[in-house]
Design a protein around this ligand. Sequence first.
Ligand code: NDP
Length: 406
Amino acid sequence: MVGNGSRQSPGGGNADAPLRLSVLGASGSIGTSTLDLVARNPGRFDICALTANTNAKALAAAAIRVRAEHAVVADESAYGSLKDALSGTGITCAAGPAAVEEAAVRPVDMLVAAIVGAAGLAPTLAAVRQGTAIALANKECLVCAGDLFMSAARASGATILPVDSEHNAVFQVFEQGNVEQIECLTLTASGGPFRTHTLAQMRAVSPEAALKHPNWSMGARISIDSATMMNKGFEIIEAHHLFPLRQDQLEVLVHPQSVVHGMVQYSDGSVLAQLGAPDMRTPISHCLAWPRRMSTPAQRLDLAALATLTFEVPDPVRFPALRLARAAMADGAAASAALNAADEVMVRAFLDRKLGFLGIAETIERVLERMSASGELGEARSVEDVMVVDAAARRYSLDELARVAH
Ligand code: NDP
């Protein structure tokens, strides 16, 4: 079940009214794709608030382009630049994490949650608690605090629409009325830039090579997570919270063409799949227009030209991140939050050339083992508990990095 399906039409009931929208993470890859759709559809959206972390210039330019009412940077040192860039425009601005949260709870029809990392949890959860429909890109909300997040959505009636292409695909073919007849769902993975590399080759890859995703254009963190396949691990956890299936019903298949995004298999042997060119504007538009559809400039599929679609089972030896994510999902919220925090630190270290590519999963595994041994992966019942686990995992991660450096 994805939310409660309470949002009947854009504009909250009147199909012709503009959809009032805020975008968290407006300067990023998902934020930019969202605002591209907004700019292509004049009159269809009213933009309330846009947020970024430090990139005041991009945020101000976007706010002016889509006539936003309010713009916020999380990093207070970027406030001066934002204020200068918006001077004379009538767009109000603010800075700091509390201001991001305040922007997230301004009344809108839908909030696009596209901050990267655990930093997206507090503002998105605040919006969920007041019943705002969420187009959810920030998978960390579900990885770090999936039970909390979905139970807050159930309590407030907030609808959660998945932006992540695989989950959006599954959402499109998931028969809510036939859940008992669903045998499994499959998330596809491109396999990333190192799909055919040997372990020895993978050990030596550079950040530049890892950032070059074969099919998708995305932010740095998710690009590295795609190369290690930790992203797919996070997506299994995300699917576990979005869809009412057992963990052993969630499958992954490597599909290098990234054309089939997700599939659901039913008890009669039918497999329903969603296909499309790898362009995030398709799943984003599906959320923005839901339960209708809207036109996008995404390339149309030419299956005859593609001719061949291939599928393979992921290699657990070269891509151990999938195993780590499944284990964390089975262990519960604290382990998943620790997994995410350790991954955030290790991806940063890899990008800063302080850690080799294979070291990302190796060090994350050691962090989780140490936290498990010291009893720090128990219950995480509140956001505060999650943030305590997150902070501890970051400390262990820095300690592991210091060991690697010596
Ligand atoms: P980007 O790195 O491109 O953008 C991240 C956005 O978050 C930027 O606006 C950034 O601001 C902002 N941000 C970063 N840190 C903070 C912080 N501490 N507080 C507030 N804002 C912050 O990421 P993506 O757009 O690629 O990804 C966003 C989310 O969507 C991630 O959770 C990702 O997993 C998910 N996702 C992305 C997909 C994609 O195709 N890109 C596909 C599916 C899911 P600034 O620019 O100032 O740094």
